[in-house]
Design a protein around this ligand. Structure first.
Ligand code: NAD
Ligand code: TYD
Length: 351
C-alpha cells in the first residue's frame, strides 16, 4: 500500500525537522504537511525540501473539522504524525482558550477524520500523537517520569496535552484506532521560536539584552537535541507497538541558571567577547505562575524495545545550536520583527 503521511504542525519547530527527515528518507511516501501557520509556523523552516516531488503543503486549521475530513479523503491519508499544537506554557497562562481549542478539539477533529476515513480498515494505518513529559506534572529533587507515572498536569498547556493524550487512548480502546503516543522532554536546536528559553537567550545575548531568568533559575529541565527527537519519531512511527506509550528524553538534566551560564560561555567564545561579558546580562525576573520545578524522563523503554538513544549530549548540541542561530541572523530578524515585539513587551517588561 502506498503510504501518504499527514504531518500536522510541520511548519513549526519539531514538525519541520520531522518533515525534512521523512521527505528525504522516504522518497516513496507522500508527505502532506498540514499547518495553520500561526505565529509559530514558518515555511522558511522547510525551504530546503519544499520542492521535493513527495512533499505537499496544505494550509488548514485542525480546529476546522470539515477541513480535516476533506484532507483525509482528498489525499488518501494512511498515517498521521500529529504535532500541531499551541506549545508555549507562558502563552497558556496568559490565554488558555487557544490551547483548549487547538490541542484538545483539534486533536479530536483529527481522530474523527481518521476514524471516518479508515472506516474500520486499520491495516497499515497509524495515528501517532506527539506529546510532552509535562503531562506527568512536576518532580522533586529525586525520581523520573516513567510511562506508568500517573498524569498530574499543572499548567493550562500541559493539561490540554494530557487531555488530548487521554482522548487518543480512548479512541484506541473504544474504536480500535491504531494509535501510538510519545511523551518527550524539552527540545532545543535550529528553528525554535524565540519565545522558548534557549533561542530567546541566544538572541538576547547576541544583542546584549538582559537574559530573563524566572525566579532563582533553579528549575530543572531535561534537554534533547531536536534532530534526535525527529529520529525517535521516525522509529516509533514505523516500529512502535500500537496502543503503547514511549517516553523520550535526553539524559541531560540542567538547572536553568547552569544552562544559561553554559550558553554565555559559548557565546563569549564565538563572539570574541571577554569572558563574563554575556553572563553580566543575566537578570532574575518574576517567576512563572505555577512554575514546574523539575522534569526528568526515564527513556529505558524506547531504548530497550526500539533501540533509540540520543546521539548528542548538551555540550555538543548547544555548540551546534548557537552556531545555527549565529549563522541565521536573517531568520531571527524576520521572526523577531513585528508582533514578537508586542509579545516580548507584554511578557517581560512588566516582570
Ligand atoms: P511549535 O509551536 O514550534 O509549532 C507548532 C506548529 O503547529 C506551528 O507550525 C503552528 O503553526 C501549528 N499550529 C498551531 N495551531 C494550529 C492549528 N490550530 N491548526 C494547524 N496548525 C496549527 O511547537 P513545537 O515545539 O514544534 O512542538 C510540536 C509538538 O511537540 C507539540 O504537540 C508539542 O506539544 C510537542 N512537544 C514539544 C516539545 C518542545 O520542547 N518543544 C517537547 C515535547 C513535546
Ligand atoms: P521553556 O523553554 O518555556 O519550556 P518549558 O516551560 O516548556 O519547560 O522554559 C524552559 C525553562 O526556562 C522553564 O523552567 C522556564 C524557564 N524560562 C526562563 O527562566 N526565562 C524565560 O524567558 C523563559 C521563556 C523560560
Amino acid at each position: 500500500m502506498k503510504k501518504t503521511i499527514l504531518i500536522t504542525g510541520g511548519a513549526g519547530f519539531i514538525g519541520s525537522h520531522v518533515v525534512r527527515l521523512f521527505v528525504n528518507k522516504y522518497p516513496d511516501y507522500q508527505i502532506i504537511n498540514l499547518d495553520a501557520l500561526t505565529y509559530a509556523g514558518n515555511l522558511e523552516n522547510l525551504s530546503d525540501v519544499d520542492k521535493a516531488p513527495n512533499y505537499t503543503f496544505v494550509k488548514a486549521d485542525i480546529r476546522d473539522a470539515d477541513a480535516m475530513d476533506e484532507v483525509f479523503s482528498k489525499y488518501g491519508i494512511t498515517g498521521v504524525c500529529h504535532l500541531a499544537a499551541e506549545s508555549h506554557v507562558d502563552r497558556s497562562i496568559a490565554e488558555p482558550m487557544a490551547f483548549i481549542t487547538t490541542n484538545i478539539v483539534g486533536t479530536v477533529n483529527l481522530l474523527n477524520a481518521a476514524r471516518k476515513y479508515w472506516n474500520g480498515d486499520f491495516e497499515g494505518k497509524r495515528f501517532y500523537h506527539i506529546s510532552t513529559d509535562e503531562v506527568y506534572g512536576s518532580l522533586g529533587a529525586e525520581g523520573f517520569f516513567y510511562e506508568t507515572t500517573p498524569y498530574d498536569p499543572k499548567s493550562p498547556y500541559s493539561s490540554s496535552k494530557a487531555s488530548s493524550d487521554h482522548l487518543v487512548r480512548a479512541y484506541c480502546h473504544t474504536y480500535g484506532l491504531p494509535v501510538v503516543i510519545t511523551n518527550c522532554s524539552n527540545n532545543y536546536g535550529p528553528n525554535q521560536f524565540p519565545e522558548k528559553l534557549i533561542p530567546l537567550a541566544i538572541n538576547n545575548i547576541k544583542n546584549m539584552k538582559p537574559i530573563p531568568v524566572y525566579g532563582k533559575g533553579e528549575n530543572i529541565r531535561d534537554w534533547l537535541y531536536v534532530v534526535d527527537h525527529a529520529r525517535a519519531i521516525d522509529l516509533v512511527y514505523h516500529e512502535g507497538k500500537t496502543g503503547e506509550t514511549y517516553n523520550i528524553g535526553g539524559h541531560n538534566e540542567l538547572k536553568n541558571l547552569d544552562l544559561i551560564h553554559i550558553l554565555c560561555e559559548i557565546m563569549d567564545q564565538k563572539l570574541g567577547r571577554t569572558p563574563g561579558t554575556s553572563a553580566s546580562l543575566i537578570t532574575f525576573v518574576k517567576d512563572r505562575a505555577g512554575h514546574d520545578l523539575r522534569y526528568a524522563i526515564d527513556a529505558t523503554k524506547i531504548q530497550k524495545e526500539l533501540g533509540w538513544t540520543p546521539s548528542l549530549q548538551f555540550k555538543e548540541g548547544f555548540e551546534k545550536t548557537v552556531d545555527w542561530y549565529l549563522d541565521h541572523e536573517e531568520w531571527m530578524n524576520r521572526i523577531t520583527s513585528g508582533k514578537y515585539q508586542a509579545y516580548y513587551e507584554q511578557q517581560y517588561e512588566r516582570r
